[in-house]
Design a binder for this molecule. Structure first.
Ligand SMILES: [Zn+2]
Length: 358
């Protein structure tokens, strides 16, 4: 199966392929997975009044997200309505079932951003989220872990305090830490102490770098000791850093739709130029959907937009999944099981496609 020169046939087969391919999700924020319906229901439950007559149809106006600040304000509202154990359970369960397993996501490492939930304690969040993870796994088979993310717009001391809280409430489901919100308001080096503490505690580390400069990628790797980069599109602006990341096979968790709207991986025109450059350079690129309902996307759609824009077929799309499996923070036996299941599903897709050809 591959993209051919017959557009009408291509569309149907590529849509089907993008949906049916097994996926491994390494860049998805819990707050950003809440549906408009759930957000409005939780707002009503907690007496939060939505500004400007917002309803399910106009809540997520992704045309306005060229300004990252505007998007982060929507995210703040979402975080403020997810408050008690039941809320965290519901949002987690929905994100892993309708927003995950229904798109053939086999495994997800979820960003949990405690600073975004001002009305909840960290133990409350964990109780609800972990229950949601367990129920989603029982009902659909999707497995998941948690990455606790520091808000880089807050102080370095607050970042360190969050890591201490993660360590004090250590559970197996939390496998690492991340760094999110606007990079321009919090350079990576600001959080070196929090990352050093996480390293001492044996936590895996990653960090967002959506706007650069490219040197921030080396800071994230060398000073923060990260094993992955979230976004990182500007790496291609520096040939030496690109060559290093290719040689070291540093995984980049790219999110085509949200990053195109945000003008990080393209110009908002759906051409995804920087992701194409990253793939062509031989970087270890993985694909995910970041904050799917808020950007009008889902895990299948992020594969689909690249297939359509860049002509990627089965080989490249499955490479994204295998790259993500290489990058997961699971132990070797769980990683091997994930690889085996992905390979089984891909073989079934190829077999069905071959059988369909007369
Ligand atoms: Zn993100």
């Amino acid at each position: 199966m591959s993209v051919s020169d017959t557009p009408r046939a291509v569309d149907a087969s590529v849509i089907s392929l993008a949906h049916s391919l097994p996926k491994v999700s390494l860049h998805c924020h819990l707050i950003g997975t809440i549906s408009a319906t759930t957000l409005l229901e939780l707002a009503a439950k907690h007496g939060v009044v939505m500004e400007g007559g917002r309803n399910a149809d106009n809540l997520f106006d992704h045309d306005s997200y060229e300004d990252l600040g505007e998007f982060l304000r929507v995210l703040d509202v979402a975080g403020s309505v997810i408050r008690d154990v039941d809320d965290f359970h519901r949002v987690t369960y929905e994100s892993l079932t309708q927003g995950g397993a229904d798109h053939n996501v086999l495994y997800r490492e979820i960003f949990l951003s405690p600073p975004g939930h001002a009305h909840s304690s960290y133990p409350t969040m964990l109780e609800g989220v972990v229950a949601g993870m367990r129920d989603a796994r029982a009902d659909t088979g999707i497995d998941s872990r948690l990455i606790v993310a520091i808000n880089r717009e807050r102080s370095a001391a607050e970042g360190l305090q969050l890591v201490e809280e993660v360590i004090a409430n250590r559970i197996d489901e939390v496998v690492g830490i991340g760094l999110d919100y606007a990079e321009v308001n919090g350079p990576p080096e600001k959080f070196w102490k929090a990352y050093r503490r996480a390293a001492e505690a044996g936590l895996n580390r990653t960090a967002h770098s959506e706007s650069g400069p490219p040197e921030n990628i080396e800071t994230i790797l060398d000073l923060l000791g990260c094993s992955r980069i979230d976004h990182g599109y500007h790496v291609v602006e520096d040939p030496d850093i690109t060559a290093r990341c290719v040689a070291e096979r540093v995984p980049f968790t790219c999110t085509p739709v949200s990053s195109d709207i945000g003008r990080y991986s393209g110009n908002g025109d759906g051409t995804h130029t920087k992701i194409a450059e990253m793939v062509d350079a031989g970087l270890c690129v993985t694909i995910d959907s970041d904050d799917p309902p808020m950007f009008g996307t889902d895990p299948s759609n992020d594969y689909l937009v690249l297939a359509k824009a860049l002509g990627y077929g089965l080989d490249q799309l499955t490479a994204f999944t295998y790259n993500a499996i290489d990058a997961v923070w699971l132990d070797e036996s769980d990683k091997q099981s994930l690889q085996t299941e992905a390979t089984r599903r891909i073989a079934a897709i190829v077999e069905a496609d071959t059988a369909a050809i007369p």
